[in-house]
Design a protein around this ligand. Structure first.
Ligand code: NDP
Length: 331
């Protein structure tokens, strides 16, 4: 932050670049495995800035289940080579600008998901580090009024919620059931369905303690899955958005001709899967909703975790009980 603040205020780009060190602190792993493979590297290389990329001084990052699945080796065949610095979600300040970059300059506050395809050749040097290099097309200006921790809580989850609802054809006046409404993706899917799409009815599932939260996010119907099976209730929906992995049950509550988007687990027809694509333009399109407060990031109250506590943060995320996003801040 300090680097960028001084750079934007008075220094020339050359001076600002000189302020970026060659080495940085970064979380990394050299082999696939559980949280035990994570180590804090005190002298990782600051990534080079390629054409069309900017270097971001990371102010905050967030964890996603995909970070844990990738670390476990689930995507080995398409992963980048080890060692890996994990982390897809970033919010921070541009401190260096690569050739051909037009949209951002040093000092700009940005947020985004750093790899265009999270499973297919993701970046080796991710956001759980002091610096990360990102294509400008994957970034958007940080929403005004949100701090870095709040902005970091958004990219992968909100892009997934948005792309899923788009692909499912949600539109004004249609109904939607969000399975897993209290998680990182689900909490945003509820809000987008209500605030951006104008859904006529939004239902969502969670356990007992999170039922009031679902309502506060805008759910018209909150189903406590410890008490009721959503697939045994009479209601049917135009869209079912499954962020849990209940594709077999999800297809039982969709209306004839409706859509069932399944983020994880087995797929039962007519359900379908997609893998989120990062895109700064989509974030920018959503910024007005974030700036007006119509759509709000939800940060798990157990956090934010400081940068030194990334192992604890992953252990918590991997319980599968997080409420909203597990955020790492400050970095
Ligand atoms: P989270 O870790 O944030 O989800 C945790 C939440 O899931 C908790 O609040 C928990 O609530 C809820 N939950 C767990 N079991 C159930 C259940 N049976 N019914 C209702 N809610 C439940 O995960 P994300 O939201 O970040 O991701 C969700 C899934 O989607 C992950 O598997 C992830 O890998 C996948 N994903 C796939 C993407 C793609 O592109 N295909 C992109 C993003 C995510 P409670 O404590 O009440 O059970």
């Amino acid at each position: 932050r300090c680097v960028a603040a001084s750079a934007s205020a008075s220094s020339s780009p050359a001076t600002a670049a000189a302020e970026v060190p060659a080495a940085m602190k970064a979380w990394a792993y050299d082999a696939y495995g559980d949280v035990g493979v994570l180590r804090l590297d005190g002298a990782a290389a600051v990534p080079a800035v390629g054409e069309g990329q900017v270097l971001v001084k990371v102010a905050a990052a967030a964890l996603n289940p995909v970070d844990a699945k990738r670390r476990a080796g689930k995507f080995q065949t398409t992963d980048s080579p080890l060692p890996t610095v994990p982390g897809y979600d970033v919010a921070g300040v541009v401190v260096r600008v690569g050739a051909g970059v037009k949209g951002f300059k040093e000092g700009d506050e940005v947020y985004g998901m750093i790899s265009e395809k999270p499973l297919d050749g993701p970046k080796q040097s991710g956001s759980l580090a002091e610096y990360t290099a990102v294509e400008e097309k994957l970034l958007a200006p940080k929403p005004k009024g949100l701090d870095f921790a709040q902005a970091a809580a958004l990219p992968l989850a909100i892009l997934t919620a948005y792309e899923g609802l788009e692909r499912a054809g949600l539109a004004a006046g249609k109904s939607v059931l969000v399975l897993g409404g209290a998680g990182g993706v689900g909490s945003l899917a509820i809000q987008l369905a209500k605030q951006v799409y104008g859904a006529s009815k939004v239902a969502a599932t969670a356990s007992t303690k999170k039922i009031e939260l679902l309502k506060s996010l805008g759910a018209d119907v909150a189903i406590d899955y410890t008490k009721e099976n959503f697939n045994e209730l009479p209601d049917k929906y135009d869209v079912v958005f499954d962020a849990v992995g209940q594709g077999d049950k999800a297809v039982k509550v969709v209306k004839e001709g409706g859509s069932v988007v399944v983020l994880t687990g087995a797929i039962t027809s007519p359900g379908f899967r997609f893998v989120v694509t990062s895109n700064g333009a989509t974030l920018e399109k959503l910024n007005p909703y974030l700036e007006s407060g119509k759509v709000k990031p939800l940060i798990d109250p157990t956090g934010p975790f400081p940068f030194t506590k990334v192992v604890e943060a992953f252990s918590y995320l991997e319980t599968g009980r997080a409420t909203g996003k597990v955020v790492i801040s400050p970095v």
